[in-house]
Design a protein around this ligand. Structure first.
Ligand SMILES: O=C(O)CCC(=O)C(=O)O
Length: 283
């Protein structure tokens, strides 16, 4: 059965009202900003992702963003893809930093670690294992929990193309227990998630179609999960990126200062220690 969701609330009108934006964020744990980022910068990142998929042989030369599909996310060399997508140019562009600083109300530091996602339609298969189960980024990332996740679509998303669903207000209960979920795997390891029945009736999952230029930011303890790409007729690609942002003055943990291709290598450090269950030497 297809899950149903209420929409994210568009918080763009609150962007210049410090008190209102903090009140909404404290209550709901997220901020959805429509058209807040420079669309040309987002388009450039999408083109770079396409270029990487062509260069690595997953799409034919001449493929455009309108015609792109790939066979499989898992067949793509994720580390190699990071050489193509210059996401720091988007995250740290003066126009983008202005948005982050309005959101935080202070200077920010954007994590060096970004996750890039290029998910073809898997219509017919319920939940591809590389997607994320319900979880809190604050379980995986630390040591300080004052970061917020920023999630941006590089191509338009729909209910069928999927994206990220957030559980309204779920950050307020703080850190939750994460248990091993065999259905979801990363780097060959079962990853931990929050059993869905742990969400209260007052924590509904929200999801809205998004356009390039939109961004959703959410709390380190926001419960959230992937929505799979089940698009058909036409089948579209889901292309998105997510990073984490924190106050510039806060401590910078391992994931904050380590680019993704590096942080994915060492099972005793950062997010990988949580995925592999290896005792952490550095968080
Ligand atoms: O994009 C997705 O599928 C999941 C995103 C997510 O879990 C995250 O940004 O932490």
């Amino acid at each position: 059965m297809t899950e149903t969701f209420s929409d994210y609330v568009d918080c763009t009108p609150l962007l210049d009202d410090r008190e209102a934006i903090d009140r909404f964020y404290d209550e709901h744990g997220y901020l959805y900003l429509r058209g807040a980022l420079d669309r040309d910068l987002v388009r450039t990142a999408a083109e770079q992702m396409l270029e990487g998929l062509i260069a690595l042989g997953h799409a034919a030369p001449g493929t455009t963003l309108d015609t792109l599909t790939i066979e499989s996310f898992e067949a793509v060399d994720e580390v190699a893809m990071h050489d193509y997508v210059k996401y720091d140019d988007l995250w740290n562009h003066p126009s983008t930093l202005k948005v982050w600083e309005k959101v935080f109300g202070e200077p920010v530091f954007v994590f060096k670690s970004t996750t890039i996602r290029y998910y073809p339609s898997a219509a017919g298969s319920a939940e591809p294992s590389f997607l994320t189960p319900l979880h809190q980024d604050g379980f995986y990332i630390g040591p300080n929990k004052d970061f917020r996740t920023a999630w941006v679509p590089l191509l338009p998303t729909t209910r069928d193309i999927g994206g990220v669903a957030v559980a309204d207000g779920s950050h307020k209960k703080g850190p939750r227990e994460h248990v091993v979920t065999e259905n979801f795997r990363r780097f060959g390891h079962p990853v931990r998630g929050i059993p869905p029945e742990q969400l209260g009736a007052d924590e509904p999952l929200l999801f809205s179609p998004m356009q390039p230029g939109d961004v959703i930011l959410f709390h380190a303890f926001m419960c959230h999960k992937s929505i799979p790409n089940v698009s058909a007729n036409p089948a579209g690609m889901r292309m998105s990126m997510d990073t984490r942002i924190q106050p510039a003055s806060s401590h910078r943990g391992f994931n904050a200062v380590t680019p993704w291709p590096e942080s994915a290598k060492d099972p005793s450090k950062g997010v990988m220690s949580k995925i592999t269950g290896t005792p952490a030497t550095v968080e």
